[in-house]
Structure formats: C-alpha cells, structure tokens
Design a protein around this ligand. Structure first.
Ligand SMILES: Cc1ncc(COP(=O)(O)O)c(C=O)c1O
Length: 400
C-alpha cells in the first residue's frame, strides 16, 4: 500500500479512488499477478494470453518502427487505422462509420471508457447504470467524473439481468447505460430481450448507451451482435473496443470508439488532454490485424471455445459448480461445494496451497452486494491448453 502525498490526498478525484484509510489499494489483478510471480503459481487470475498473436500483426509493428513511425500520431488516430476500423464495422456488422468523424483511436478501451464518461457526465446529479459484477475500471471512471453508479445485478449462474430491476434502475437521472457484452467477469452474452430493453430505456430516459465490446470476437455460442445494430440504437450509442484481446496484444493498448460525430467530438475534447495520442507503430499493426481474413477471426473463437470447455470440465471434475460462459476469456465457478464459502480467502491461499492464481468475484461488485457473490471465483481461460490442464489437476487437490 502506498500513501499518497498530502496535497494529492486533497484532490477530489483522487480522494474518490482512495479506501477509507486514505491509502491507494493496488488493483486485485496487480495483487494476484504479483502473487503468481512470487510463488511461481499458474496465473489464471489476470486476463492476458500467454501466447503471441498473429505473426503478420507483430511483423507490421516491427516494420512500422523500422520505417520511422515513432512520433506522435494524429490525435484522432492514424488514418489507416481509422479506415480499418470503419471497414471492420461494415464487414462484421453492416454498420456505416465515417472514418474521419465517427471514430477515434484511444490508449486501450480503458481510455475510451474514461474519456467517454468524463465527457458525458456532469457531476453528482448524473447516474450511470452498470451491470454488476463489472470490470473494475467502470466504478473508478464514474468516480473520477463525480457521478453516481447504479448497479443492476447479474445473478448467478446465468448472469442475465432481471428486466424489471433494469427498468427500475434507469430513470431521468440516468445519463449513461454502461454495457459490457460479452461480459467480464461472468462470460455472459446478453439475450436479445435484454439488449432491446436497454435501447428502449435509453430512448425513454434520453440516456446514452456506452458499450464495451472488447471481447467482440470471442462470442462463443453465436455471432456477436453489437448494441449499435439494434433498431434506434446507433444514434445514441458509443461502441468501444480494443485490439488487445482479439490480437493477443494487451500490452499495446490500442483501443477505439465509434459513435455519432457529435459524441465523438465531445469525447475527443477530453481524450486530447488525457493522452493526446499513443502507440504510433502499433496503430498500423492493428489496422493490419483488423483486415485479416475471416478464417483468423473464426479461428480465435474456435480456440477460445475449446479452452472454455477444457477449463469448465476440469473445474467441474475438481468439485466446483461451473457456469457456462458464452463469451470473453472467463469462466465463473462456485467454490461452495468444496467447502469454501469465502472466495476471497480461498484465492488468497490458492497459490500457496495448490499453485494456482484466480480472482474472487467480489473484486467486481459493490460492498452492498458482495455477499451474493461470496463463494464465486473467476478463472481466465486465455492460457495454453497444457497450462489449463495442469491448473485444473492442481485444483483437484482441493478435493482430496
Ligand atoms: C471488459 C473490459 N473492458 C476493458 C478492458 C481493458 O481494455 P484495454 O486493455 O484495451 O484498455 C478489459 C481488460 O481486461 C476488459 O476486460
């Protein structure tokens, strides 16, 4: 734990991210990855792949560095990447996006989310409806914007929201409905009913839908359907994605968003003072990736489906009750059948006991609801099959 210097502690935005004791807590993922490194445990905690992505994409980055593409790219992004994103939206979803006014390249999906929320939210009267459990950066970005988070629970094991609860959560104070589909940490893909309800409520209450689709090419039980393709949605939707998950380049932090031009302008105003621009040689490389043939995209989904099945059956054999994810990198499992009611405690001791790192679902929920998710653990399936095999056989020791 690091103590913030006194003057920093007084800034409102930083204070909102501090714990009650005034200390900066490392994220659970950083803590768990550090534990994996110090114990040599298999890291099924943090969601990053343990293999490199496609050779063409890596080679394109090397070539861009050799060709001297090492200075600031344009603030909106390299034109060739803006074009490639626009082509990608048309090719996979039939969405028309003007590359010069309706796209921006960002420092990962994280910057796209933060810049969007800072641009759209105007202090304590504004509310953001999120689906809980949620990716941890959401609460931080809403906190930085000084707005209020309104969680709608995704109940185990199907992780689909109750439509009445969703309807009650969205009001005229709702500025943003923040969607993540496919979903981290649960692996859920929202049903058509849920997507339709989100769009209907956004219209009724004049809210903007911000949708985080970083796992768009890891939809495992059917094609990905972006919210922006739903009738009446495109005009009020900011769609966010990233090259990190699709091309196994999470460290490059090349993300983007597409939205109507006026929303893009609002977000760009904030984004230009966050990073201005990033990742010059990686931008043409991700453009290369987005133009890879369909076989590449089908191949990564096939591979992830096989890993999901391997991990899921291994966890079940080890004594967990397992939910079946329809997308993303992740599988959630209930440790209660193993006598472990407190997943946070289990995850703290797992590296020492059996040499595996995983993350408790309570890391993704607000304190009010953490009891409901208390015995649930998130495992990342984006690892080599032999690592997944070894991890589940180690986890089986918990049952002996
Ligand atoms: C749901 C979700 N959104 C955003 C991100 C971050 O994306 P990026 O690395 O492109 O900033 C992640 C990474 O794990 C994620 O799971």
């Amino acid at each position: 734990m690091t103590q913030l210097p006194g003057s920093w502690r007084r800034t409102a935005a930083a204070a909102r991210l501090l714990g009650a004791d005034g200390e900066v807590a490392p994220t659970i993922f950083a803590e768990m990855s550090a534990l994996a490194a110090s114990t040599g445990a298999l890291n099924l905690g943090q969601g990053f792949p343990d293999e490199d992505g496609p050779a063409e994409v890596l080679e394109a980055a090397r070539a861009a560095i050799s060709d001297g593409r090492n200075q600031y790219p344009p603030g909106r992004g390299e034109p060739e990447l803006l074009e490639a994103i626009s082509e990608h939206q048309k090719r996979f979803y039939g969405i028309d996006v003007d590359p010069s006014t309706e796209v921006i390249v960002t420092a990962g999906a994280t910057e796209a989310l933060t810049a969007t929320l800072l641009a759209l939210l105007d202090g304590p009267g504004d509310e953001v409806v999120v689906f809980e459990p949620f990716y941890d950066a959401y609460a931080a970005a809403v906190g930085l914007a000084g707005a209020r988070l309104v969680p709608v629970r995704l109940p185990w094991p199907g992780f689909q929201p109750d439509l009445d609860a969703l309807e009650r959560a969205v009001t005229d104070r709702t500025r943003v409905i923040l969607v993540n589909d496919p979903h981290n940490p649960t692996g859920a893909v929202f049903s058509l009913d849920v997507r339709e309800k989100i769009v209907e409520l956004a219209h009724r209450h004049d809210a903007i839908v911000v949708t985080d689709e970083v796992y768009e090419h890891l939809s495992l039980d059917g094609p990905h359907v972006p919210i922006a393709t739903m009738p009446g949605a495109a005009e009020r939707t900011v769609s966010i994605s990233s090259g990190g998950k699709t091309f196994r380049t999470t460290g490059w932090k090349i993300g983007w968003l597409t939205a109507p031009a006026d929303l893009v302008t609002a977000v760009l105003t904030v984004k230009q003072y966050l990073t201005y621009s990033n990742g010059a040689p990686f931008q043409p490389a991700i453009a290369r990736g987005l133009r890879l043939p369909d076989t590449f995209f089908a191949g990564i989904a096939d591979e992830m489906r096989a890993k999901r099945d391997l991990l899921g059956s291994g966890l079940a054999a080890a004594g967990f009750t397992v939910s079946r994810p329809s997308g993303s990198y992740f599988t959630v499992a209930d440790a209660a059948p193993l006598g472990a009611d407190d997943a946070a405690e289990l995850c703290r001791t797992l590296p020492e006991r059996v040499g595996v790192v995983a993350v408790p679902l309570s890391a993704f929920v607000t304190a009010e609801h953490s009891d409901e998710y208390r015995s649930l653990v998130r495992f990342a399936a984006c690892k080599r099959p032999e690592i997944l095999d070894e991890a589940v056989s180690r986890l089986a020791e918990l049952n002996r």
